[in-house]
Write a protein that binds this ligand. Structure first.
Ligand SMILES: C[S@@+](CC[C@H](N)C(=O)[O-])C[C@H]1O[C@@H](n2cnc3c(N)ncnc32)[C@H](O)[C@@H]1O
Length: 444
C-alpha cells in the first residue's frame, strides 16, 4: 500500500498525462449474445469489460494501488483489474453473485480436476439409481447436494458455510472446485428451461419466448452438458489469464458496510450501485440460490430487503434532513403527486434509496484516503413524469462528505426498464434516460 505522499505524487503525474478516454459502460449486445453460455455474462446490469479496463487504467497504476468495488455484481471490475495487473477486492450482497464473481477470476481451474470432482460427486447417485431405489433418482437438487458435499469436503468446511468459504479463498486456491459448482448450477438452470424476459426480474419456465436458447438441447445428457460448459468456462478463464499479470483478487459476500476495510484504506474504487429502477437483484439468481439451500421465506426476504434500491420497505425511515436539496424537493413533488400510493409507498421507496446512497457515500468517506478517487456509474430515472436528476443528486450527497463529482461520460438510453411498462410509457412517452460515468474525488 502506498504512503499518502507517494499517492499524491502519482495523482499529479496522472493529472499531467493524457486522460484515458472512458468508453461506454454499456455492453455490446452482439458480444453478450455470443458469450451467453458463460454464467458471468448473464448479469443484466454488468459493465462492459472494455469500460471496466479503461476505468481501472484511468484510476490505477499497475502494482501501485488496489481498486475496490463495493457492489461487485458479476465481477467485471475484478476481472478487468486482473487483466490490467491491478490488485482488486470487492463485496457483493447476493451470495450467488459473489461466488460467480469469484469464479470469474478462477484462472487456475483445471479441466481434469473439475470433471473428476463432478464424476466422484455424482457416481454414487448413478449407482443407487441402478439399484432402483426410489429415493435415489438423480434430480437436480440431489446432484447439487452431492456436489456441495463433495466440494465442502475438499474445502474442509461445513456445507452450510461453503459459499462464504469459497468466496473468501484467494484466487488460485480451490479454483477447480468453484468452477465445478458454478458450471453445474448453470447447466441445471439451463436444463430446467428457466428463461428471462427483457425485464430480468421475471423468470418464466418453458421454451424461451425470445428463442435465445433454441440451439441448446434441454435433453442433453447432464455429464456431456457439464463437460461442454466447463470447457467453455475454462477456455475463457485461461484466455484472459494469458499475458495478464496475475494479481490477488478477493470477493467478500455481504453488504458493503461489512467489507473488512479499515478507515483511510480505500484509495481507488470502481463501482455501479443499483439504479433507481426497482430492479430485483435476487430473482435472476433464484434457481441457483434455491439449489444452494436458500428456500423461499424469511432468509430470501431478508436478502431482498437489504439490497440497495430494493422495493421492500426495510426499516423506519430517518426523519432527518437529507444532505441533497434536490432529493428533498423531489420527495416533496412525489408526496404531492395525485396518483395512488405516491405519498405513501413511493415516497418511502425513494427516501429509502436516497438514505442508502447517503449511507454508501458516508461509508466511503470513512474508509477512504484523503486523495481517494473512484468511478461510479449511475442512471437517472423518472417517477411518473417527474425526472430524477441523478447527477445533481449524487453531487450534493457526495459534496456533503467531501467528494467532488465530475461527469466523465454520459449517454442516452432509449431502452430501459421504464420503456417496458405501459403505465410508465403513458406518463412520459418521450422518456429517454441518461447513464452517467462519474469521477468522484476526495477534496480533503
Ligand atoms: C449494478 S449491479 C453491479 C454490476 C457490476 N458492476 C458488474 O459489472 O457486474 C449492483 C449490484 O449491487 C448488489 N448490491 C445491492 N445492494 C448491496 C449492498 N447493500 N451491498 C453490497 N452489494 C449490494 C446487487 O446484488 C447487484 O449485484
Amino acid at each position: 500500500m502506498l504512503r499518502e505522499s507517494e499517492q499524491q505524487e502519482l495523482d499529479l503525474a496522472g493529472a499531467a498525462s493524457n486522460r484515458v478516454i472512458i468508453p461506454s459502460p454499456k455492453r455490446d449486445a452482439r458480444r453478450t449474445r455470443e458469450r451467453r453460455h458463460l454464467p458471468w455474462e448473464t448479469n443484466y446490469a454488468a459493465f462492459s469489460p472494455n469500460f471496466a479496463e479503461a476505468a481501472v487504467r484511468q484510476l490505477c497504476l499497475p502494482g501501485r494501488v488496489k481498486v475496490f468495488d463495493p457492489f461487485v455484481g458479476a465481477g467485471t471490475t475484478l476481472e478487468a483489474a486482473a487483466s490490467v495487473g491491478v490488485e482488486a477486492y470487492g463485496i457483493e450482497l447476493n451470495p450467488y453473485s459473489a461466488l460467480l464473481a469469484r469464479c470469474r477470476v478462477s484462472t487456475n481451474a483445471q479441466m481434469k480436476v473439475v470433471t473428476d470432482i463432478f464424476r466422484s460427486a455424482t457416481a454414487p447417485l448413478k449407482r443407487t439409481r441402478a439399484s432402483k431405489s426410489t429415493t435415489s433418482l438423480r434430480t437436480p437438487s440431489n446432484v447439487v447436494e452431492s456436489l456441495v458435499g463433495a466440494v465442502a469436503a475438499r474445502a474442509n468446511c461445513q456445507a452450510s458455510d461453503l459459499l462464504g468459504h469459497l468466496c473468501l479463498r484467494p484466487d488460485g486456491d480451490l479454483d477447480s472446485e468453484i468452477v465445478a459448482l458454478v458450471a453445474a448450477l448453470h447447466v441445471l438452470k439451463k436444463q430446467a428451461a428457466v428463461h428471462y424476459r427483457s425485464n430480468p426480474a421475471w423468470l418464466i419456465q418453458g421454451p424461451s419466448p425470445d428463442r435465445i436458447e433454441d440451439d441448446e438441447s434441454p435433453a442433453e445428457n447432464l455429464e456431456t452438458a457439464f463437460r461442454t460448459q466447463v470447457q467453455l468456462m475454462i477456455e475463457d478463464l485461461h484466455l484472459r489469464a494469458k499475458g495478464s499479470a496475475a494479481r490477488p483478487i478477493a470477493v467478500y459476500p455481504g453488504p458493503f458496510q461489512t467489507a473488512p476495510v479499515q478507515s483511510r484504506q480505500i484509495s481507488r474504487f470502481l463501482t455501479s450501485p443499483p439504479y433507481l429502477n426497482r430492479l430485483d437483484y435476487v430473482n435472476p439468481t433464484l434457481p441457483e440460490l434455491h439449489a444452494l439451500g436458500w428456500q423461499q421465506g424469511a432468509r430470501l426476504d431478508d436478502l431482498r430487503a437489504r439490497m440497495m434500491g430494493t422495493t421492500k420497505m426495510r426499516r423506519k425511515l430517518g426523519a432527518g434532513r437529507l444532505s441533497s436539496t434536490t432529493a428533498t424537493k423531489l420527495l416533496e413533488a412525489i408526496s404531492e403527486h395525485p396518483t395512488k400510493a405516491s405519498g405513501t409507498y413511493y415516497l418511502k421507496f425513494f427516501r429509502q434509496y436516497f438514505e442508502d446512497m447517503a449511507d454508501f457515500l458516508g461509508w466511503m468517506r470513512s474508509r477512504s484516503t484523503p486523495t481517494c478517487r473512484g468511478i461510479v456509474v449511475l442512471q437517472d430515472s423518472f417517477y411518473k413524469e417527474i425526472k430524477v436528476p441523478i447527477a445533481q443528486i449524487i453531487s450534493e450527497f457526495a459534496e456533503a462528505v467531501d467528494f467532488t463529482v465530475e461527469v466523465l461520460h454520459e449517454e442516452k438510453r432509449t431502452r430501459h426498464m421504464g420503456t417496458l411498462s405501459p403505465h410508465q410509457r403513458a406518463h412520459a412517452p418521450e422518456k429517454a434516460l441518461t447513464e452517467f460515468t462519474f469521477l468522484l474525488s476526495r477534496t480533503r
